[in-house]
Design a protein. Structure first.
Length: 266
């Protein structure tokens, strides 16, 4: 068996058997996120608003990304490459959801940065009313900036069969860079910066006696709930950065070599 055939076989088997457990864990995990963050003692925390919104966005990733990709790569069933309406709708929901999930996590990080600050004005920015307005605006912008997908994605006939993606030419180059900027490059960079700034805030807080007033009006050091949300946000940052940057590298490689004739192994 050639190297290319071996890679294709491994890829097909992975696409067939890996997604089901990932889908089950992801679906249950996001359901639990919503149930936990809507509890009375957490629903009024601004950070919870962002995590709830991110969980809803993750459902778009699971159904329109994981499930349809598994059917296509693992079982050869790809309705999105046979029906233009589904082709466009799938990528519109999928890429919007992926972007929104990352940016809601960034907003949670900004909230944790504000609440951990020794600056009183900055701490006041961690506000439930603000978080709801910002979440609504972010959702609108996330769907709006990807609305062109509904008109400019098409089904291309390749040697391997029909393929749903952006129109070949300048738009495809634009879209690859656009997706690269909004999802696979900019969010991880912002998360790294936010993580470092929040770590600096926490170190400053521990080295000074001055109290911090949290978003529920109580003074003192960061409350246990806020510390837990801070740790959760940092863990999310690490996971997203680790799993997203390889996508950025692959996307750049694919874009810059789209006119290069590649061998079967490549």
């Amino acid at each position: 068996m050639s190297t290319a055939s071996l890679i294709n076989t491994i890829s097909a088997q992975f696409s067939r058997y890996a997604p089901p457990p990932i889908f089950i864990l992801g679906f249950i995990g996001n359901i639990f996120n919503i149930l936990i963050f809507t509890r009375p003692n957490l629903i009024k925390n601004p950070c919870s608003t962002y995590f709830i919104c991110a969980s809803f966005a993750n459902f778009g990733d699971l159904f329109f990304g994981l499930v349809l990709r598994s059917l296509s790569d693992g079982f050869g069933i790809d309705p999105a490459s046979n029906y233009l309406i589904l082709c466009r709708f799938r990528y519109f929901i999928l890429h919007s959801s992926m972007v929104l999930s990352s940016w809601f996590t960034i907003l949670a990080g900004i909230d944790r940065f504000c609440i951990s600050s020794r600056n009183a004005h900055r701490r006041q920015l961690s506000n439930l009313k603000y978080s709801r307005y910002i979440s609504a605006i972010t959702t609108f912008i996330g769907f709006a900036i990807y609305s062109h997908v509904l008109a400019l994605f098409t089904i291309e006939q390749l040697k391997t069969g029909p393929y749903c993606y952006a129109l070949v030419g300048p738009y495809r180059v634009f879209y690859d860079f656009f997706y690269f900027a909004t999802f696979s490059f900019t969010p991880p960079i912002i998360m790294i910066i936010l993580g470092l700034l929040t770590y600096h805030n926490v170190r400053q807080t521990r080295s000074h006696v001055a109290p911090i007033v949290t978003n529920n009006g109580n003074s003192g050091q960061l409350k246990k709930r806020d510390r837990q949300l801070l740790k959760m946000t940092c863990i999310q940052f690490i996971c997203i950065i680790t799993l997203t940057l390889p996508i950025a590298i692959q996307k750049l490689y694919a874009t810059f070599t789209q006119n290069v004739v590649k061998g079967a192994t490549q």
